[in-house]
Design a protein around this ligand. Structure first.
Ligand SMILES: *Cc1c(COP(=O)(O)O)cnc(C)c1O
Length: 374
């Protein structure tokens, strides 16, 4: 669907259905927080075995609300991965709590390590945020037991994984992303789900200034005024985005399947043609196949490989520069924090193109070019 030439890293699957949905919203003249937002919340929740959810304008907002709604605040510590997009860590900072970085298990399993997490627990630890790196699901039972036994809240940053396995069903609170490079998109957008209806209601209230009643309710004459019961934000989703989301939900399962198929092809060719390259996680690990990370041999020059791929019109990326290495975070929050596995992984990881619009021959072309430059 891309108008661009070459092989892009990710490509939103968007077309006629979304265009028509947008036109219908414009014709309806109700632009935000209306029936489409409500329908999107219900449908998304149902696809995750829940009754309802709270739609917001980003996953960053969803993470902030999730943490705020469970009562994380100043004086609390929250265990978070360093191998994640920085929004995961920032959400903790927004609440006034202290993020404590957890190292990954190993370079072939970039999930946070339970042993390391255990060693970081203090009487102030309130919650653990897990992130399904690349869409590869964390062991939800293991982490939910870990949290229950220690009285901690389990928060799930599910930006990479949706409509997959038991995502959204086990953690206490879950945050999803519909940014344009994710498995489905609303251009910008996010969703919060929670086990406890009271937590979800609190997130809903905080989404819109801590107000007790929405504009829609007032428009329908159910109530004539409102009260503000806590400090909220404006994290609302609009009808245009929700209408795109509803169209996207119709295809998400199919897109996830195609991503998985392409991942299988990548794994097969890498194993056969360049065994010195490692694809993290095993074949068969439950995943939404959000990205295709590989670990380059120690001797490879990653920057040179990325430049060579770019010359052939092939986009690549790095997921992620670790949180303890970014200037602001290193200087202000994580001075002296060293995470050997995370840093080793971050130094050698390369993300290759993966999206449902890729053909099998695109995968073959990407890997041929990679092999040439290893
Ligand atoms: C994309 C992403 C986010 C932030 O999502 P936005 O919707 O862009 O705010 C948070 N965490 C992870 C792991 C992500 O990949």
């Amino acid at each position: 669907m891309s108008q661009r030439k070459g092989i892009s890293l990710c490509d939103p699957q968007i077309g006629e259905g979304e265009k028509q949905a947008l036109c219908r919203v414009i014709d309806s003249c109700w632009l935000t927080m209306g029936e489409r937002v409500a329908e999107f919340e219900t449908r998304f929740a149902e696809m995750h075995g829940r009754e309802t959810a709270v739609a917001v304008n980003s996953c960053t907002a969803a993470l902030h609300l999730a943490l705020a709604a469970i009562g994380v605040g100043p004086g609390d510590e929250v265990l978070v991965p360093a191998m994640t997009f920085i929004a995961t860590v920032n959400a903790v900072l927004y609440t006034g709590a202290t993020p404590v970085l957890v190292d990954i298990e190993s370079e072939t399993r970039p999930h946070i390590s339970l042993e390391h997490a255990q060693s970081l627990i203090t009487p102030r630890t309130k919650a653990v945020v897990i992130m399904h790196y690349g869409g590869y699901l964390m062991d939800l039972d293991k982490w939910s037991d870990f949290c229950r036994q220690r009285g901690l809240v389990l928060v799930e940053d599910s930006a990479h994984a949706l409509v997959t396995g038991r995502v959204g069903q086990v953690a206490d609170v879950s945050a999803f992303s519909f940014f344009s490079n994710k498995n489905m998109t609303t251009a910008e957008g996010g969703m919060v789900m929670a086990k406890d209806p009271e937590v979800l209601n609190r997130a809903k209230c905080m989404r819109s200034h801590g107000m007790t009643h929405s504009t829609l309710e007032r428009d329908r004459g159910r109530v004539f005024s409102y009260d503000v019961v806590e400090l909220g934000q404006n994290y609302r989703m609009d009808e245009l985005r929700a209408s795109i989301g509803l169209v996207q939900l119709e295809s998400i399962r199919e897109w996830n399947e195609r991503r998985l198929e392409l991942t299988g092809l990548y794994r097969e060719i890498v194993a056969e043609k360049m065994p010195e390259v490692v694809v993290p996680f095993e074949n068969g690990h439950e995943t939404s196949a959000h990205i295709l990370p590989v670990i380059l041999p120690e001797s490879s020059d990653r920057a040179a490989i990325m430049a060579a791929l770019r010359k052939e019109g092939i986009q690549s990326s790095i997921h992620y520069p670790p949180a303890n290495k970014l200037s602001y975070h290193r200087e202000r929050w994580f001075a002296g924090v060293s995470l050997p596995n995370t840093e080793e992984f971050a130094g050698r990881e390369l993300t290759l193109p993966l999206h449902p619009g890729l053909s099998d021959s695109d995968v073959v072309a990407v890997l041929a070019e990679l092999k040439k430059n290893l």
